[in-house]
Ligand binder design. Sequence first.
Ligand SMILES: CN1c2c(nc(N)[nH]c2=O)NC[C@@H]1CNc1ccc(C(=O)N[C@@H](CCC(=O)N[C@@H](CCC(=O)N[C@@H](CCC(=O)O)C(=O)O)C(=O)O)C(=O)O)cc1
Ligand SMILES: N[C@@H](CCS)C(=O)O
Ligand SMILES: [Zn+2]
Length: 770
Amino acid sequence: MSVKASSLGFPRIGSTRQVKKSVESFWSGALTEKELLEQTSQVRTGNWKTQAEQGLDIVPVGDFTLYDHVLDHSFMFNVIPKRYEGFDLTAVEQYFAMGRGLQRPAKGEKPAVDVPASEMKKWFDSNYHYIVPEFSPETNFTLNTTKTVDEYVEAAKEGIPARPVLLGPVSFLLLGKAARDAPEGFQPISLLPKLLPVYKSLLNKLADAGAKWVQIDEPVLVLDKTTDSASDYQTAFDALHDDRINILLATYFGRLESNINYVKNLNIQALHIDLVRVPEQLQQVAEAIKDKNIILSLGVVDGRNIWKNDFESSIKIVNKAIEILGSADRVQVSSSSSLLHVPHTVVNEKKLSDQVKDWFSFAVEKCAEISVIAKSINNLDSVKQQLEQNAKSINARREFTKNSNDAVRKRVAEVTPDMYKRQSPFVERRTKQNLNLPKFPTTTIGSFPQTKEIRVARQRLGKSEITETEYTEFIKKEIEGCIRFQERVGLDLLVHGECERNDMVQYFGELLDGFAFTQNGWVASYGSRYVKPPIIVSDVSRPFAMTVKWSSYAQTLTSKPVKGMLTGPVTILNWSFPREDVSREISSRQLALALRDEVVDLEKAGIRAIQVDEPALREGLPLRRADWQEYLNWAVDSFRLATAGVTDSTQTHSHFCYSDFNDIFESIKKLDADVITIENSKSDSKLLKVFETQSYTNEIGPGVYDIHSPRVPSEEEIYARIKEMLQYIPAHLLHVNPDCGLKTRQWKETEASLVNLVNAARRARAEFAQ
Ligand SMILES: CN1c2c(nc(N)[nH]c2=O)NC[C@@H]1CNc1ccc(C(=O)N[C@@H](CCC(=O)N[C@@H](CCC(=O)N[C@@H](CCC(=O)O)C(=O)O)C(=O)O)C(=O)O)cc1
Ligand SMILES: N[C@@H](CCS)C(=O)O
Ligand SMILES: [Zn+2]
């Protein structure tokens, strides 16, 4: 009798970001397709071996990807929109075209290509983005590739105890959307009967290849919308059942709630639940399945945060499960979700003090933790030393957190109601905000291309190859170049370009007190793009002004207004690794006060428009609606606390790069920002309608083009967008801007796109002058 150790997925990037580098080299033409596939296959194999070496009895395979695992499923099941066909692309090129769009001139026999990227959406409440599958009644599911089988075979050859991973059919359909040409009212889930035979043939191939188990992820089971999906799940798992291959149905990020009432009756052999987010669901779920022939996989090691596991409490959970289910054979120990949301390994962190490093576990260390927890049940003596060491580390962290920053806590406690409120309502403030902007003011969201030169300069500063003074001079030159560029292009409300920032959250984490930050703690954001979330280890405060010198320098260079640029408290919180010892609300309020000081300092320095970005406000929403209001209350409070310290004459902006607005619209209104800019170019008019129907009174800049793709939008296209917006938004409130910041773009396409944007706005001004 033994408890097995497994995980649900592993970071793809490689210990030294090899996959990112290979993929980007392939895109730039420096690597052939063959080289790309060879190099990335090596990382994949290395990842499996690492997990097995850390002691996992079951290693996930098929979770590896060159861009996104949901895109992999679309590609594997032939869910390829027609617009990506007919260009004589290789399979790999077509796959990347779906992810990032493709624009290239005709070459010899090959026709020109100009195709935008597919839509990206946030993966549940994480900072990972997936490529949204597009379905229509014409979708012709076939096995276009056998990626999962190929990777299983590859792993089995290496002697890896592999368990293939698939995104389940119901989640795949529910996470997708109806294609633009689908008939009104078409629901992707109606395609389930057509999709299941293709899943089934994939499972057959896996069984033929020798797989005994498959992990089928159905994360939508933790959302409210699946309460009515019982029959879809029953149909799916009846169809997928095969005597040769056992199914682990994996749920994560939240609670099953009443869905367990039908999940327990599904034709599955194991069920995974997240016990980090929802430890209390153990009792209910274990009781529900105890008379069924179902193994329970316990997600006790956090796949979403980096704190060392508390073995004592995890072992208690495992023992409780064994007690209810009656046998250790019916229990597995696992990560709460895929480990894709945490960095690769702590070992590469050379700059953290031993004290701080001892608090953390990244993916590699988490695999070892899972193994130790399983062994503690199977053979306690074999892990006694690890358990003792773990208890010491957990106690050391507890001791540290006792010494909080009393001044910060006192300040949060003493916040008064007037600190959340601007001096006057928007209509009055507006008359005092004299920025001399024309109608349809053009602006950008803040960042301009982060060139190799900028990144190398920062790297050289980090290695002390250049001095602080040299770096400052370099950044000043970049800012000047950026201001001159915007003046030349003809933008109205300028920005300094954010060239001094490695990232909009990491940068602030590095400047604020109460954070730790890593050298190599990369976590996937989308495609080949990664972020290094800072870690909130203590109470947060601002030791000195962070952005004032850059913004005020930029303002000295031009007579046009320059927007100050900050990241909001909720976004800093949501894109950092939060503390486990205090609530997110407390950290958010502490961040809000630190940012409030910065906002006031920017105003004092003569900055007349200040943008406080909150792109992660929506992502932080709890997955169950019942939990929304509590979050929204403190999230809105935090934004207001951060921004309401300025006088009426300062124009506050906020920015959101998502288009799912309708259900949190009331909260967006309550933020009371003078101007909001939002992602819009890929959404249909549903987003814009909300502004018409919900009587939004402040100013708005819905994005007029997608910034994730190198594709240059034409003036005509942008002009058409502006005209469309004017159907819903009064002309006097409309701003013209891209969807989001331009840091991932090259200067050439940035210039071409912004020239078109400015020209389109000028045309609109001429046409719609009132
Ligand atoms: C708005 N978005 C953001 C999200 N989350 C954040 N934390 N930040 C965001 O901006 N979530 C939603 C979206 C996601 N969008 C993006 C967009 C772009 C990136 C991105 O470009 N990531 C970069 C890494 C950025 C960074 O930290 N750069 C550092 C280090 C750069 C580096 O690699 N240096 C090299 C040396 C120089 C060189 O050779 O180029 C090195 O160290 O080897 C810096 O600029 O100093 C990426 O490369 O993936 C992410 C999310
Ligand atoms: N000001 C930031 C917002 C990104 S969401 C930028 O422009 O990159
Ligand atoms: Zn954005």
